[in-house]
Design a protein around this ligand. Structure first.
Ligand SMILES: C[S@@+](CC[C@H](N)C(=O)[O-])C[C@H]1O[C@@H](n2cnc3c(N)ncnc32)[C@H](O)[C@@H]1O
Length: 518
């Protein structure tokens, strides 16, 4: 297998030459012996500003460049579906495809992308994480029978991919004016293509849309510490206005900070001839992608790209891996969980009226923006809207009635707070003792989503995890990174803050004592 992979890599290098894809002699393309993953190494010191590769755009596998373009456009397929068909079509051509030398290097699928996991694996490995959300029905009771609207992100993805295949890909194959082998476009092939596209496709430009970019897709990702940037050197000048329509992705997943190619003015970039001694077989400079170093890299080190600023849930979802210390990790607390907590303390009526007051306030500030979850940042800070909602829920009846009339709420030092004037910068004003207690309760409720295995169990399991079990490894990293944020939320909620007098909003009692339902 290792020997085969080396042969494939050599064939890919020959293919790159045939396509005028060039890279500097300072780069080596290698295969990791442990997992057969490809990576890019610096053979000598490389410096910021060095142009290290050029890729003609026509060498990228896109809908526009594929031989299936007409079929795809005539059938009005767009976005991911269109690119998946282009990829499956080119694969089905075998050696006849102009991309054979590239496709033979790629794995058949990316098995670490959760879209390809079994339902049991999803339930077992992702339980409680942002990729396995279970949100309660918006009803306000706690009866488990009311849990009727389960939203489970990856499972939902799987169902949607199946529906797309049945509704669009199957009819496409059946009605194509040329004979297509249904086996090349079956459900399994479609899932495989989706996993490759999700983890290897990049935005190219308005004309080509997004697609598979040979060579560029061999660079691994490092958050906030990338060595190389991609530049799309100018675009087609014709009025191909239909091009951008084709790249629109119904799930909008592709807009998520992963535009690796910065559109730059041609005059801003170094000419490829400046850096390459190889024969100049490249096409017009208006038609190439350039890879330019953005920092120095020492000989022997890996050269990293960045796929964008994403937390571990997004990285695992799209690319099938996580990072141990990712500063973009977040945990969300669903609105339904807040309502669940409120209903366990107050009557349903109370919760409903406080919720609608918060919504009114929120819509007045940000019209048309619905919130159904609240973000807890990587350092455990809840977003201000969560604090406002909790604050409103906890206002004693008298203060609430006042607030209803004047939109001014009194805090214990008798100063008035205008909630509309509280923002992320001064949100600590809302951190009364009761609000802190409520945050602790919410941390407990969110933590229970992870099931019976404790954080310590997860940490032990990660230590014992075999390096080959990537699904287990990355799901444990995700669980642990999320649970660490919940720990930080607890610390944030427990910390006493100078200048904020503790508020006893509950008429002499604290929320530690369970309140009677009204
Ligand atoms: C665009 S490809 C990068 C090249 C890839 N290593 C290969 O063998 O072709 C993206 C895939 O590489 C792997 N990858 C990239 N960066 C990684 C990282 N920092 N840690 C682990 N895997 C990574 C993941 O499997 C991801 O889906």
């Amino acid at each position: 297998m290792a020997c085969n992979n080396h042969r494939r890599l050599r064939a890919f290098k020959r293919w790159m030459k045939s396509q005028s894809i060039q890279h500097s002699d300072a780069l080596d393309l290698l295969i990791q012996p442990q997992d057969q993953q490809l990576w890019v190494k610096a053979l000598c010191d490389i410096h910021e500003g060095d142009l290290i590769a050029t890729i003609p755009k026509h060498a990228c596998l896109t809908v526009k460049s594929s031989a299936a373009r007409r079929l795809i456009e005539d059938f009005h397929l767009e976005g991911y579906m269109a690119l998946s068909v282009a990829l499956m079509y080119e694969k089905s051509l075998g050696q006849q495809s102009p991309w054979f030398g590239y496709l033979q290097l790629l794995p058949d699928r990316n098995p670490n992308v959760p879209l390809l996991w079994s339902l049991d694996e999803i339930d077992e490995l992702l339980l409680g994480t942002e990729l396995h959300k279970v949100s309660l029905h918006s009803g306000l009771t706690l009866d488990p029978c009311d849990v009727c609207d389960l939203r489970q992100t990856v499972k939902e993805d799987k169902a949607l991919v199946y529906e797309d295949w049945k509704a669009c890909i199957m009819p496409f194959v059946e009605s194509a004016p040329i004979r297509l082998n249904p086996d090349d476009f079956d459900l399994e092939q479609y899932f495989a293509a989706k996993s490759l596209i999700s983890s290897r496709s990049f935005q190219i430009d308005d004309y080509y849309g997004f697609g598979m970019v040979p060579l560029a897709d061999l660079f691994n990702h490092k958050t906030d510490a990338e060595d190389v940037h991609f530049t799309s050197v100018s675009s087609h000048s014709e009025s191909d206005t239909d091009a951008s329509e084709n790249i629109e992705d119904p799930t909008d997943d592709h807009q998520n900070g992963d535009s690796l190619f910065e559109n730059q003015n041609e005059s801003n970039v170094t000419s490829p001839e400046d850096d390459f001694s190889a024969d100049d077989t490249s096409s017009s400079t208006t038609e190439i992608l350039e890879m330019i170093m953005v920092r120095d890299v020492k000989a022997g080190s890996e050269v990293f790209n960045t796929y964008g600023s994403m937390g571990n849930a997004a990285l695992l979802h799209r690319y099938g891996f996580t990072e141990p210390d990712n500063p973009y990790n977040i945990v969300n607390i669903d609105l339904d969980l807040v309502l669940q907590w409120s209903s366990s303390v107050f009557s349903s009526r109370h919760t409903r009226s406080r919720l609608s007051m918060w919504k009114r306030l929120h819509h007045a500030e940000l019209p048309g923006q619905e919130i159904d979850y609240f973000e807890i940042s990587s350092d455990g800070e809840p977003e201000v809207e969560l604090l406002k909602l909790i604050f409103i829920i906890l206002l004693p009846e008298k203060a609430y009635n006042e607030f209803h009339k004047s939109e001014v709420a009194l805090i214990p030092n008798k100063k008035g707070i205008i909630l509309g004037e509280i923002s992320e910068t001064n949100k600590k004003l809302l951190l009364t003792e009761s609000v802190r207690d409520a945050l602790l309760s919410l941390a407990d409720i969110r933590e229970r989503c992870y099931g019976l295995r404790s954080m310590e169990d997860d940490v032990e399991a990660l230590k014992a995890c075999p390096v080959t079990n990537m699904k287990l490894y990355h799901s444990l990293v995700l669980r642990i990174s999320e649970r660490r944020i919940i720990e930080k939320l607890r610390a944030y909620s427990s910390a006493t803050s100078a200048g904020v007098r503790l508020l006893n909003v509950c008429n002499g009692s604290t929320l530690g004592k369970k309140l009677r339902k009204r």
